[in-house]
Every structure is written in structure tokens, then in C-alpha cells.
Design a protein around this ligand. Structure first.
Ligand code: GRF
Length: 202
């Protein structure tokens, strides 16, 4: 399975996926391209160091549709079959989502549907929840909304700050994203409306 990863920044989830592909943990897969909408994304250098093809496609004042069309063209050129959003900070257009039906996944640092959007870890602390975590989900047209593939929980400690909680959630994100992509690559997953079911466990 050819994987395309979209980033805007640090790229630690991208690296987790790339390392799992490299070690054979995600069988029969390859990271075909890493695309960033920001030329200064730190993840770009890390991808290049690993010999992964990178591409920068900035918005440059274009509409979302025009920008997305260029990204789709780059994904197609690299024969990408699964698109992983990994800290990609832009909403996708409806056209993008239609181009890859059930083939775009995202990771979010909360237990969805709680704390959608930006600063999910800060939102969790401010709300006072005792447990948070991360969610890997398919992407649909609404923000942080598509069918959930898997979630991992993280306890919120009394002395946590947004930074300390984020760091513990991030560790779980890396494991969760690798596991989700592994299942998709193994065609181990069945989607039934909002519910995804592990075929092995169905
Ligand atoms: C992660 O917390 C992810 O859940 C969120 O953005 C952050 C990206 O981190 N969507 P990284 O770029 O993968 O290190």
C-alpha cells in the first residue's frame, strides 16, 4: 500500500509511521511521499534524512479547492492509496475527501467526540476530565468527525499542564497511528456507517 502523509509541522507521527514501514511492522507498504503546506515544517528535513520523497505545496493565496487539487495531483502522481494526516493544519475540501473515499485518516489528541479542534489537550485540562487520550479516525467533511478506527486512553494527572499531558498523549499517538495504518494495510478493518470493526474480531 502506497502511503502519502500530509504534515504542517514537527512530523513526529509521520516519523512513527515511516519507521514502522521501514521495520516491516506495516507489511507491504511504502511511504510514497510526504507533503507539507509549510516550507519550514520541521518534519520535512526528518523525512528527507530518511530518504523519503517530500513535496512542499503552499497555499499562496489560492482557494482551498485549488490548493487541494494540486495536492491530489501530487498524491496521484505518487500512486498514493492511503492519505495520513499527521499534524496537517488545514481542513480538506469536499473534493479532496471525495477523491479518496474512506482512504484518508487523521490522528487527534483527545478521545473524540470530546475536545475537537485546536488545543485539545488544553481543552481537556480546562474541562477537568480525568482521562483523555487520542483517536485515529477516517476523515469526512466535518472537523474531527469521521468513523473512529481506534482510541488509546491516557490518565490526566492532578499536576498536568497542557505540555506534560500532550507529551504522554503523543507517545500513545505514535503507537495508535501505526496500529491503525497496519490494520488498514492488512485490510483487517470493515467500515459499517460510523462504526469500524476489526475483521479478526468481528
Ligand atoms: C499531534 O498531537 C496530532 O494529534 C495533532 O497534531 C499533532 C501533530 O504532531 N493532529 P506531529 O507533527 O505528528 O509531531
Amino acid at each position: 500500500m502506497n502511503i502519502g502523509i500530509l504534515i504542517s509541522g514537527r512530523g513526529s507521527n509521520m516519523i512513527a509511521i515511516a519507521d514502522a514501514v521501514e521495520s516491516g511492522e506495516i507489511g507491504g507498504s511504502e511511504v510514497a511521499v510526504v507533503i507539507s503546506d509549510k516550507s519550514d515544517a520541521a518534519g520535512l528535513g526528518k523525512a528527507r534524512e530518511r530518504g523519503i520523497k517530500t513535496s512542499v505545496i503552499e497555499r499562496n493565496g489560492r482557494t482551498r479547492e485549488e490548493h487541494d487539487a494540486e495536492i491530489i495531483a501530487e498524491l496521484r502522481k505518487n500512486e498514493v492509496e492511503l492519505v495520513c494526516l499527521a499534524g496537517y493544519m488545514r481542513l480538506l475540501s469536499a473534493g479532496f475527501i471525495r477523491s479518496y473515499p474512506n482512504r484518508i485518516v487523521n490522528i487527534h489528541p483527545s478521545l473524540l467526540p470530546s475536545f475537537r479542534g485546536l488545543d485539545a489537550q488544553k481543552q481537556a485540562i480546562e474541562y477537568g476530565v480525568k482521562v483523555s487520550g487520542c483517536t485515529v479516525h477516517f476523515v469526512d467533511e466535518d472537523l474531527d468527525n469521521g468513523a473512529i478506527i481506534l482510541q488509546r486512553t491516557v490518565e490526566v494527572l492532578d499536576d498536568d499542564t497542557a505540555e506534560t499531558l500532550s507529551a504522554r498523549i503523543l507517545e500513545q499517538e505514535h503507537a495508535a497511528y501505526v496500529e491503525a495504518v497496519r490494520r488498514i494495510a492488512a485490510r483487517d478493518l470493515w467500515i459499517n456507517g460510523r462504526r469500524t470493526v476489526l475483521i479478526a474480531e468481528a
